[in-house]
Write a protein that binds this ligand. Structure first.
Ligand code: 5GP
Length: 195
């Protein structure tokens, strides 16, 4: 057994286009104790996304095989694709002492909250739905139809924000990053047992 203190497990959600990926990239740069869990997904890679870094890109058959093996901490279907968190990877990182962030949508987060009510959870909020609309268009990675679908999904997801322990508004990037780091350090003693 390792004598390292077990890391903190963090559920991290926010509507598509809210800038949670940008906040996450800053968190990873500023705090070496933070690791992002790499999910399995059946969606196709976007330009610049690397297999094994941003996601493990898998087929529906591969995804379903791990469901049958009880290998997911949670999984969900989101806009026609499956997304899931491989259990073993998260456990290993927590045991190594890393603070592990799970960047997942609301359905998956609710599954984890139901299983582990004490889990540390953070929801990143947009300043407005209009600001999300602008960001999704600026990102330019999705078709108009997909953008509309994601905006509708974002509005539905916003209704769950109060289920999260903390809400952080992404108005100013630096302020939002500092707020998440403050929450993490304040809750560092929250070392949840996932088994
Ligand atoms: P995207 O296609 O934009 O990368 O992700 C779509 C949504 O799926 C985002 O809200 C993202 O946080 C979520 N997501 C990514 N990985 C997982 C996962 O492992 N499980 C669940 N439930 N959601 C995920």
């Amino acid at each position: 057994m390792s004598n390292k203190k077990r890391g903190t497990f963090v559920l991290y959600s926010g509507s598509s286009g809210v800038g949670k990926g940008t906040i996450m990239a800053e968190l990873l740069k500023r705090d070496p104790s933070i690791r992002l869990s790499v999910s399995n997904t059946t969606r196709s890679p976007r330009e610049g996304e690397i297999d094994g870094v941003h996601y493990n890109f898998v087929t529906k058959e591969q995804f379903k095989k791990l469901i049958d093996e009880d290998g997911y901490l949670e999984y969900a279907q989101y806009c026609d694709n499956y997304y899931g968190t491989p259990k073993k990877q998260v456990e290993d990182l927590l045991n190594e002492g890393y603070n592990v962030f799970l960047e997942i949508e609301v359905q998956g987060a609710l599954q984890i909250m139901a299983k582990y009510p004490d889990v540390l959870s953070i929801f990143i909020l947009p300043t407005s739905i209009e600001s999300l609309n602008r960001r999704l268009h600026r990102r330019g990675t999705e078709s108009e139809e997909t953008i509309n679908e994601r905006l509708a999904q974002a509005q539905r997801e916003l209704t769950y924000k109060d289920r999260y322990k903390y809400n952080v508004v992404n108005d100013d990037l630096d302020a939002a990053v500092n707020e998440v780091l403050d929450i993490l350090h304040k809750e560092a003693s929250n070392n949840l047992n996932l088994s």
